[in-house]
Design a protein around this ligand. Structure first.
Ligand SMILES: [Zn+2]
Ligand SMILES: [Zn+2]
Length: 160
């Protein structure tokens, strides 16, 4: 459900009462909330284990026309709006994170390093090896990818 509904952009959030009907005293995820619902939302967000850098959909009004448990959602991080299940991970954040990781992978696996004649090269290679090892530990790249990248670089340089 979430993916199809995830592309359904919302109009800007409106002022009004909390979704429970009580008077709203604060705004969360750009939706009006009463204190009780706000505390509940903050607690739920805290308990959720969405990956770092990915927000969750803070529920606003129920949207029963999309299903029994569908709500207007606002991302707790990036503010994107969609209709889906309360607290589901934000599709836009996930996409942005994936792009960021792809960029990081690219820079890690295809670094710009000093030429063979450059006296800074050994230090740059050592520091790159360290970055590769950290990338493997962070599960950004696999060990095989790190090895292949290092070998590829050595090969390219000895060919030159
Ligand atoms: Zn409320
Ligand atoms: Zn988001």
């Amino acid at each position: 459900m979430s993916v199809a509904l995830g592309r359904h952009r919302l109009a800007p959030a409106l002022d009004g009462p909390c979704r429970c009907g009580a008077e709203a005293t604060r705004t969360l995820g750009r939706f009006p909330h009463c204190e009780d619902c706000a505390d509940d939302v903050i607690e739920r967000c805290r308990m959720l284990s969405a990956p770092e850098g990915v927000g969750v959909g803070v529920p606003g009004l129920a949207r029963s026309e999309y299903g029994r448990r569908a709500f207007d959602l606002r991302c707790s991080l990036c503010g994107a709006g969609w209709v889906g299940a309360a607290f589901e991970p934000c599709w836009w954040c996930e996409r942005a994170l994936a792009r960021l990781q792809a960029d990081q992978r690219e820079r890690l696996l295809w670094p710009e390093l000093p030429d063979r004649e450059d006296r800074h090269r050994p230090a740059a290679l050592r520091s790159w090896a360290g970055r590769l090892a950290r990338g493997v530990r962070a599960e950004l790249i696999t060990e095989a990818e790190a090895r292949a990248a290092f070998d590829r670089h050595k090969r390219r340089c000895s060919d030159a």
